[in-house]
Design a protein around this ligand. Structure first.
Ligand SMILES: [Zn+2]
Ligand SMILES: [Zn+2]
Length: 206
């Protein structure tokens, strides 16, 4: 009997859970970020508010587990975008720095390859944001040269591969470069490349 009562109790608690659920729906009522009027149904994409005609930006942010939808003013959306860029760049920077620390510690050529890749992608992200990236590109070249230096200790010369870059860089294609120079990281003089991002890299030389 008491078992049945418990069972019944459990049953009767179910509508409660549903109430909570509908509460949740109420709490997620969408309002215009400008005029605060309720938007029902919530806009499925960025569009003008039917009440105040301001442009409401709909953002869908994925945190790795679930998406977060927000409705922002254009100014708020721009600030969010800028914050996102800063976060991405700072995590790319710290990845590259960590990879370099690891490589210096281990002296392992595969760790130098990782450092090269990490600095190349950090430099490419900076370039994509229209920021200076030459210093980071230089660090990626240095890491690449280190890797060759460790793998091929008798190799005194490397060569530049510039076939994937701009016309200005193509003049440097196949140019031989002493290992001691390559280890300093500058393989193409700064300011020469006219591409958004300089794709030139080092190859072994025969
Ligand atoms: Zn509005
Ligand atoms: Zn170039």
């Amino acid at each position: 009997m008491s078992f049945l009562r418990r069972l019944f109790k459990r049953d009767s608690s179910e509508p409660k859970a549903q109430v909570t659920k509908s509460d949740h729906v109420t709490s997620s009522t969408v309002t215009c970020p400008y005029c605060d009027k309720v938007l029902d149904p919530p806009p499925k994409r960025t569009r003008k508010c039917p009440f105040c005609s301001e442009r409401i930006v709909r953002r869908n942010d994925w945190d790795g587990k679930k998406s977060h939808i927000s409705y922002l003013t254009e100014e708020q959306a721009q600030r969010e975008d800028e914050k996102e860029v800063e976060q991405r760049l700072s995590s790319a920077r710290s990845e590259a720095q960590k990879a370099t620390v690891r490589a210096k510690k281990s002296g392992d050529s595969t760790d130098w390859v990782d450092a090269c890749v990490a600095y190349t992608s950090f430099a490419a992200e900076l370039a994509h944001e229209g920021r200076p990236y030459w210093e980071e590109k230089t660090l990626s070249n240095q890491a690449d040269a280190m890797r060759y230096h460790i793998e091929l200790p008798n190799m005194n010369t490397l060569q530049i591969s510039a076939s994937d870059c701009c016309d200005a860089c193509k003049n440097f294609h196949s140019k031989k470069i002493p290992m001691s120079e390559a280890l300093k990281g500058v393989i193409i003089p700064e300011g020469i490349c006219t591409a958004l991002f300089c794709n030139c890299m080092l190859l072994t030389s025969r």
